[in-house]
Design a protein around this ligand. Structure first.
Ligand code: FE2
Length: 290
């Protein structure tokens, strides 16, 4: 019994395609998706259609991530008062504009957490962040882990959301994170598409972490052709930097932009972060990190 586990695709259809091609050559019995299907990339249609196709052919365990939560809560819908903050809200709007009614009801139908139960195997708790919050990050040796894990009955747990591969044992649990298909946090080397395959042998689960190269420049070109630099100017530039290997994060640049805005104007409430502060933060942080 082999299960492919994929998380945090973030609309990167090109990276997902590389994973699917690999999985065609190394077939599995079931698929598990831990959420965040939309995000920084324009391949939303390809991603959603891939999910629907897989659902037709395989047993699938699919969760809702925080990005789906944003789509369902209307954050991507028209808020004219946010028109001047494209770097902050542009990709949310783009995501919402490219989802169909079917996509939204599909997202609505997804649970935030679930259990993979297969006869003869140990159960696995699956979640996007943690089993108690979609936005919570499960990190190794985090102070909160004891409390988080006390709420998990299963011995095995799969989490996404941090975009970092994880394979740890804490408080008698084994916790895995497959990393991210679309935008992993890579410590060293070139950008990859990450996922994992869980091999169920003789009642035990054995993880195999997979990292694949794919065409980064074509991915950036696809972002440009779909106008993402206009949709979300600095958010998209940060994505491009990450793809090309700069150790920078969207949260890091956004945080700095909000700090600069607060210093100069006395306050800054998300999402009302003026582009001028995005520009300055991007130049400061992205250039320093490259
Ligand atoms: Fe997430």
């Amino acid at each position: 019994m082999d299960i492919a586990v994929l998380s945090d695709i973030h609309g990167n259809g090109i990276a997902l395609q590389a994973c699917m091609e690999y999985l065609k050559k190394h077939p599995v019995d079931a698929y598990c998706f831990l959420g965040d299907y939309v995000g920084e990339f324009p391949g939303i249609r390809r991603v959603m259609d891939t999910l629907y196709e897989l659902q037709e052919k395989f047993p699938c365990y699919m969760l809702r991530g925080n990005k789906e939560g944003y789509m369902l809560s209307g954050m991507g819908e028209a808020h004219p008062e946010w028109d001047s903050y494209p770097s902050t809200v542009g990709m949310l709007r783009y995501g919402r504009a490219h989802l169909t009614r079917q996509d939204l009801s599909f997202m609505e139908s997804l649970p935030a957490t679930a259990c993979i139960h297969i006869d003869g195997m140990k159960d696995i708790r699956i979640c996007h962040g943690t089993q108690r919050a979609v936005n919570e990050k499960m990190r190794p040796q985090n102070r909160e882990n004891q409390e988080i894990l006390a709420g998990v009955e299963e011995e095995y747990m799969l989490c996404g959301h941090t975009h970092k591969v994880m394979n740890i044992q804490e408080y008698s649990k084994t916790i895995w994170n497959p990393g991210s298909v679309g935008l992993p946090v890579i410590e060293e080397g070139a950008m990859k598409a990450q996922f994992m395959v869980l091999h169920g042998d003789d009642g035990a689960w054995r993880p195999e972490f997979v990292e694949l190269d794919y065409d980064i420049e074509r991915t950036i070109q696809d972002m440009h052709e779909n106008g993402l630099r206009e949709v979300a100017p600095y958010w998209t530039r940060v994505t491009e930097r990450i793809l090309r290997g700069t150790r920078v994060t969207h949260g890091g640049v956004l945080g700095r932009a909000m700090e600069l805005c607060t210093q100069e104007t006395g306050g800054c409430d998300w999402p009302e972060v003026p582009e001028i502060y995005w520009k300055r933060a991007f130049e400061e942080v992205a250039v320093r990190c490259s």
